[in-house]
Design a protein around this ligand. Structure first.
Ligand code: NAD
Ligand code: TYD
Length: 361
């Protein structure tokens, strides 16, 4: 039986990945989820898997070398899927240091503990082991508004935000481990994800949440920045494929030719919310274009991200399954059906965060 150590499994993509893996492999795999439960980690995301005998949750920090080392000593880990990170660009602009600590130091600790556990005496590595480092396309910097310009695996790194700089650094550490020790790893650099369980600080869930409350929809700058949106389950499928079929030491870009301007996303959310809210729901009256409010631009705001997924398509046969029209509707319905989840994550600290980010913007 393959044993996975998933870091950051209580976050947005990590929890979707765990649901996907149990849905696909059932009792044939074991998953250990190591998560520090920061503001972004929510055990509620995994309530439905908690009773499984092949699932273990460990509340711990990836920068805590001793605890991580213990996990490798106590368990014969086959695959590490490394999601744990600080992940929000705006927070990184306000407080970069925690990004360096979690994303860079945390990745170094994970790599070192895996290396210690997996290395044979002669410096080779035990068969069947792999470290899958989950990263972002933001490491490549920003593309011009030229429809023929894309990020490829060979695009030079040019991160701009403290978030992307810390992720770029973590990628470089993984590359250094592969080059120096022959450490068995893959890196995936994925575009923007959307779907259930995403914390309402990122564009899509924040706009859904604000629109339902009749609050302003804060559009940074001219609203014409472009992101390449991927439904989170398609990301989970790509990671599973790279774990099982990806050639060791390779990087794979993951994204789905789904470029959208921010302002267009907001119009789609408003239209879909109006369609999905029951006719007698008083909030329908709130959901109008009048909520759109242009605010001061994000510092160093990257203009455009776009992935050409040629390599993962050609080598591994991956393409996204979910069309944006369907994925966004599923996502909006999920948020409408899980208002208690939203309520829990947006009380207390969230309100303080919101006012520190958006008041006086
Ligand atoms: P998220 O912020 O929703 O979740 C991060 C998780 O990591 C949380 O559960 C949090 O508690 C945990 N965590 C944070 N610090 C930790 C620590 N020190 N020790 C242990 N756990 C810790 O993030 P996400 O959006 O799910 O992103 C997951 C990964 O995917 C990140 O590495 C991110 O860079 C990458 N990624 C995200 C996107 C996206 O669109 N969200 C796109 C490409 C790549
Ligand atoms: P975000 O979801 O933070 O992802 P990232 O910056 O990592 O791509 O933001 C997506 C886009 O939406 C980005 O161009 C910034 C913009 N944005 C807004 O216009 N308003 C907002 O309130 C937020 C959170 C983002």
């Amino acid at each position: 039986m393959t044993t996975y150590l998933v870091t950051g499994g209580a976050g947005f993509i990590g929890s979707n990945f765990i649901h996907f893996m149990f849905g696909k492999y059932g009792d044939d795999i074991r998953i250990i989820n190591l998560d520090a439960l920061t503001y972004a980690g929510n055990p509620e995301n995994l309530k439905s898997v908690e009773g499984r005998s092949n699932y273990t949750f460990i509340h711990g920090d990836i920068t805590d070398r001793e605890s991580v080392s213990e996990i490798f000593k106590d368990n014969d880990i086959d695959i590490v899927v490394h999601f744990a990170a600080e992940s929000h660009v705006d927070r990184s602009i306000k407080n970069p240091e925690i990004f360096v600590r979690t994303n860079v130091l945390g990745t170094a600790v994970m790599l070192n503990c895996a290396k210690e556990a997996w290395e044979n005496e002669d410096g080779s590595f035990k068969a069947g082991k792999k470290f899958l480092h989950v990263s972002t396309d933001e490491v490549y910097g920003s593309l011009p508004d030229d429809p023929d310009a894309y990020f490829y695996e060979t695009t030079p790194y040019q991160p701009h935000s403290p978030y992307s700089a810390s992720k770029a650094s973590s990628d470089m550490l993984v590359k250094a481990y592969m080059d120096t020790y022959g450490f068995p790893a893959n890196i995936t650099n994925c575009s923007n994800n959307y779907g259930p369980y995403q914390f309402p600080e990122k564009l899509i869930p924040l706009m859904i949440h604000n629109a339902l409350q009749g609050k302003d929809l804060p559009v940074y700058g001219d609203g014409l920045n472009v992101r390449d949106w991927l439904y989170v389950e398609d990301h989970a499928k790509a990671i599973d494929l790279v774990i099982n079929e990806g050639r060791l030491f390779e990087t794979y870009n993951v994204g789905g030719h789904n470029e959208k301007k921010n302002i267009d996303i907001i119009h789609i959310i408003l239209d879909t919310l109006r369609e999905e809210l029951p006719i007698d729901d008083p909030r329908r009256n709130n959901v109008t274009e009048n909520l759109i409010t242009y605010v001061t631009d994000r510092k160093g705001h990257d203009r455009r991200y776009a992935i050409a997924p040629d390599k993962i398509h050609k080598d591994l046969g991956w393409l996204p399954d979910t069309k944006f029209e369907n994925g966004i509707r599923t996502t909006i319905k999920w948020y409408l059906e899980h208002e208690d989840w939203v309520e829990n994550v947006t009380s207390g600290e969230y309100l303080k965060y919101y006012s520190s980010m958006y008041d006086n913007r």
